[in-house]
Design a protein around this ligand. Sequence first.
Ligand SMILES: [Ca+2]
Length: 317
Amino acid sequence: MKRIALLIAVLAGLSVSACEDGGPSDECVPEPMCTPECPEGYCGDDGCGCPCPACPAGLKCRDQQCVCGICGGDCGECPEIEWISVEQGTFSMGCKADAANVDKICGTPDVLPPHDVSVPAFEIARFETTAALYAQCVATGACLASNTLGSSATGNNPNLRDHPINHVKWFDAEAFCMWIGGRLGSEAEWEYAARGTDGRYYPWGFAGPTCRTAWTGVDGCSINMTHPVGTMPGGKSPWGVDDMAGNVAEWVADHCHTEGYQGAPADGSAWTKEGGGLCRVFRGGGFGAGLEEARSFNREFMSGDLTFKDVGIRCFR
Ligand SMILES: [Ca+2]
């Protein structure tokens, strides 16, 4: 199907990505009309090498093939996702502490200054994406298999189906959320969903994690591995979302802005930038998190083409 579409596109003289083969598209700046067809962010032989739009609706281009993009029909039955509605509202994003405690509470300047953000209504998945759900997406070809080399990888362990998928790239997270008809959340949406409007540091309040609120490394609550999603009911966010702190940290849509929030959008949208590079943000801390990483305003940064044992996926729409 792809080859036919490619031929048609070439005959029609459609523009081709300006990227060189193999380069990450946000560095080599594909032509704008190609972007929606290249959800995994690669151009050339590593992905979006085809002229765009080259794939029929519901499909996407990867490795110069049209593959499943969105569930339904030949692209697999759409899974049941429990979505939680989050009302629009304004909250103070970032770390707020009195002058004497800024260093102790806030830690690093990337969480400063606190600033008001007005977030439109959205929906968030109540649970982190499980290994079972991710496997359904892989089976359709819409998602690539997770990295299963590590001993704590959940992607190929039949005993860990109800654990969060881990060892996924940012591009894998984006592909999964697209497959279920959703998207990655912005940092602002994520933080608002985690801590609401009263300025709390954690989903449940101001006190640090315990073994009743979050799967983190604090007090040895987690033994260096993931746990079944939704098994820390004492740690729900104000909206009723599970595991916003701990278990696995969660990729969000934003590019990295490690210098702080100066210039950040105030409308709840993702803070991306032209030529923003591969670096992406993840939130909430994982099973190895300490007090700081588990805080809802904490930000962590990593190249989107790397994977880690306690970084996974949560979808929004
Ligand atoms: Ca989590």
